[in-house]
Design a binder for this molecule. Structure first.
Ligand code: FAD
Length: 530
C-alpha cells in the first residue's frame, strides 16, 4: 500500500510536519522556508484541481493567477453549481469590527474548544490568522457582505462563540462567496492559465512511482473514459454526508474522488466525525431524498423549546410559557440557544426520546420567533431572515411569523476526510486535499461558519504556497497520459463502470442507499455510540 511508504509515516507514526517555533510564528516562518518556483518556470508545471466549489475554485484561480498550468474538473455543468452554493449562515473572521473582544487568539481558542480539543492547533491558529485575509479578498472581489448603518461589514453571532464574528450575505453567503471565486476562476480561464472541464467525473487517481500523477475521468454526457496527467493533483471534492442518505447535502455530493484516492493509498481520518446540525426541517416521510437546513443564524433570535409535559399535543400558542421547557437556555445559560451544534443536537434528541417532541412522529422541537417579533417588530426579522422564512413556508406550508418553526437535527457536514499534513498533502506525495474533502485537521472547523473559512483559507492562501513548495522540489517532466499506469487505470475504471451498469437488478440504487443510510443513522449518528 502506497500510504505505508509515505514520507509522512515516520516509525509507523503519522508526521504532520508541523513547523517548529511559537504557534503564532509557525506559518510566517514556514512561508519563508518554503521553496518558490520562479514565475518563468510555473507554466511548465501542470496542476490538476478536481472540484470547483469554494475550495477548488479558489485554489484553481489562485494557482492560475500565479502562472501554473491548471486543469480544473467538475462533474457539474458549471462551477456555480457546487454544493458550496447552499451555505446560508456566514463565514467567521476575527476582524473584531464590533469591538466585542474578538482576536485571532480568541477565534483560535473558540475553534479548538469547539473541536473538542482534538484539532491540530498549529493549523487552527493559521486558519484564525488567515480569516482576516479571506474577508479582505472577498470584499475586493465584490462579495456583497451585509453592512451596518456606518458602512462597516456587519456580523452576527453563531454557536459556540460569545463574540459576533460571522460575516454574512443574508441567507446566501455561500452563493455570494462562490460567485466571487467563480469570477476569479473565469478570469483565469479567459487568460488561458486554467482550463475548465465540466461534466467530467473523476473515477480514479493515477499513482506513478509513489507520486500522484493524474486522474481518470468519465464524461457524464458521452461516457468516454479519459486520462489526465499532471505534476500534482488537488482534490477539493466536498464532503461525504450523503452516506447517511438523508442529509442537508446536495444529492450530487458523493465521496467517489476521496474514496478512490483512499483505495490508492491515501489515509482516511476521523470518518465518524460527522456534524449533526440542530436546525433542519424534520423528516416528513419516505418520499424525501434530502433534508433542508434552516440556518443556524436563526438561533440568534429564535428560542428553542418543547412542552414540559410528556405527550402534550396542544398547539404551541395554547401552551403557556410556564409549561414550556426552553431547554437550551435552562441547561446552558452562558450560550443559551447558541450552544454549539453537537450539544444542541443531542439535547433535541434527548427531549424527543423523552416523548416531549412536537409535530408528526414527535421528532421535532420548536424554534420560536414570537419574542423577537414582539421586541424588534416583524419587518426587522423579515429583513434579517426573510428568505429563510419563505423557504420554510414553501416546504412546510407554515408561516413561521405566526407559528414556531419545527426543527430537528440532521447530518450536515463531515469533519472526517483524507488525512493531510500541515501543507495539506495527503499520505500520497503530490496529492493535496482541500475544503470539506480533507479531515480539516481533526475538526478544526467543527463550529458553524468555519467550513467556508477553512475551504477558502485552503484554496486562496495555503495551497498556493505549499503546493509551490512541493513543485519546486520535484522537477517538471514529460510524463503524459500515454504512460502505462494511465492505461491500466483506465481499464480498471471501464471494467468497474461496466460491472455496475450490467447488474440488471430489480431494486433501484436509491433503495439500497436509503437502507444503508438508515443503518448509519441508527447506529453511528446523533448520540449513538458505535
Ligand atoms: C445547507 C448547507 C449550509 C451550509 N452553510 C454553511 C455556512 O453558513 N457556513 C459555513 O462555513 N459552512 C456552511 N456549510 C458547509 C459548507 O458549505 C461546505 O462545507 C463547503 O461549501 C464545501 O466546499 P468544498 O469546496 O469543499 O466542496 P463543494 O462545494 O461540495 O464542491 C465540490 C466540488 O467538487 C466537484 N466534485 C466532487 N466529486 C467529484 C468527482 N468525483 N469528479 C469531479 N468533480 C467532483 C463538484 O462538482 C464540486 O465542484 C453548509 C453546508 C450545507 C449543506
Amino acid at each position: 500500500m502506497i500510504g505505508s511508504t509515505s514520507p509522512n509515516l515516520v516509525d509507523g507514526r503519522l508526521d504532520a510536519k508541523i513547523p517548529p517555533g511559537p504557534i503564532e510564528q509557525k506559518w510566517e516562518r514556514h512561508r519563508f522556508d518554503m521553496k518558490l518556483v520562479s514565475p518563468a518556470n510555473r507554466r511548465r508545471y501542470t496542476v490538476l484541481v478536481v472540484g470547483s466549489g469554494l475550495a477548488g475554485g479558489a485554489a484553481a484561480a489562485s494557482l492560475g493567477e500565479l502562472g501554473y498550468n491548471v486543469k480544473c474538473f467538475s462533474y457539474h455543468d458549471s462551477p456555480r453549481r457546487a454544493h458550496s452554493i447552499a451555505a446560508q449562515g456566514g463565514i467567521n473572521a476575527a476582524k473584531n469590527y464590533r469591538n466585542d473582544g474578538d482576536s485571532v487568539f480568541r477565534l483560535f481558542y473558540d475553534t479548538v474548544k469547539g473541536g473538542d480539543f482534538r484539532a491540530r492547533e498549529a493549523n487552527v491558529y493559521r486558519l484564525a490568522e488567515l480569516s482576516l485575509n479571506i474577508i479582505d479578498q472577498c470584499v475586493a472581489q465584490g462579495v456583497p457582505f451585509a453592512r451596518e448603518y456606518g458602512g462597516l461589514l456587519d456580523t452576527r453571532s453563531f454557536g459556540g462563540a460569545q463574540v459576533s464574528r460571522t460575516f454574512y450575505a443574508r441567507g446566501q453567503t455561500g452563493q455570494q462567496l462562490l460567485l466571487g471565486a467563480y469570477q476569479a476562476l473565469e478570469r483565469q480561464v479567459g487568460l488561458g492559465t486554467v482550463t475548465m472541464d465540466t461534466r467530467a467525473e473523476m473515477l480514479d487517481l493515477v499513482v506513478v512511482d509513489g507520486r500522484a500523477r493524474g486522474i481518470v475521468t468519465r464524461d457524464l454526457v458521452t461516457g468516454a473514459v479519459e486520462s489526465h496527467a499532471g505534476d500534482a493533483v488537488v482534490l477539493a471534492t466536498g464532503g461525504y454526508g450523503n452516506v447517511f442518505y438523508l442529509s442537508t447535502n446536495a444529492k450530487a455530493s458523493n465521496a467517489t474522488a476521496i474514496w478512490r484516492a483512499h483505495k490508492r493509498g491515501a489515509f482516511f481520518a476521523n470518518p465518524c466525525f460527522t456534524q449533526i446540525h440542530p436546525t433542519c426541517i424534520p423528516v416528513s416521510g419516505e418520499h424525501q431524498s434530502k433534508l433542508t437546513l434552516m440556518s443556524e443564524s436563526l438561533r440568534n433570535d429564535g428560542r428553542v423549546w418543547v412542552p414540559k409535559k410528556v405527550g402534550d399535543t396542544r398547539p404551541p400558542d395554547r401552551i403557556p410559557v410556564s409549561e414550556r421547557d426552553y431547554y437550551l437556555e435552562r441547561k446552558y445559560p452562558s450560550y443559551g440557544n447558541l450552544a454549539p451544534r453537537d450539544i444542541a443536537s443531542r439535547a433535541a434528541k434527548e427531549v424527543c426520546d423523552e416523548k416531549r417532541g412536537v409535530g408528526p412522529g414527535g421528532r421535532g422541537v420548536y424554534l420560536d420567533f414570537a419574542d423577537a417579533i414582539e421586541r424588534f417588530g416583524e419587518p426587522v426579522i423579515r429583513e434579517k431572515y426573510g428568505n429563510l422564512f419563505e423557504m420554510y413556508e414553501r416546504i412546510t406550508g407554515e408561516n413561521a411569523y405566526r407559528v414556531p418553526m419545527r426543527i430537528y437535527p440532521a447530518v450536515h457536514y463531515t469533519m472526517g476526510g483524507l488525512w493531510v499534513d500541515y501543507d495539506l498533502m495527503s499520505t500520497i506525495p503530490g496529492l493535496f486535499v482541500a475544503g470539506e474533502a480533507n479531515f480539516s485537521d481533526h475538526g478544526a472547523n467543527r463550529l458553524g461558519a468555519s467550513a467556508l473559512m477553512q475551504g477558502l483559507a485552503d484554496g486562496y492562501f495555503i495551497l498556493p504556497g505549499t503546493l509551490g513548495d512541493y513543485l519546486a522540489r520535484v522537477r517538471p517532466d514529460t510524463m503524459d497520459a500515454g504512460h502505462p499506469a494511465f492505461r491500466a487505470t483506465e481499464v480498471e475504471v471501464s471494467a468497474r463502470v461496466r460491472r455496475v451498469l450490467s447488474v440488471g437488478g430489480k431494486r433501484t440504487v436509491d433503495s439500497f442507499h436509503r437502507e444503508l443510510g438508515q443503518l448509519l443513522w441508527d447506529y453511528c449518528s446523533n448520540g449513538t455510540r458505535s
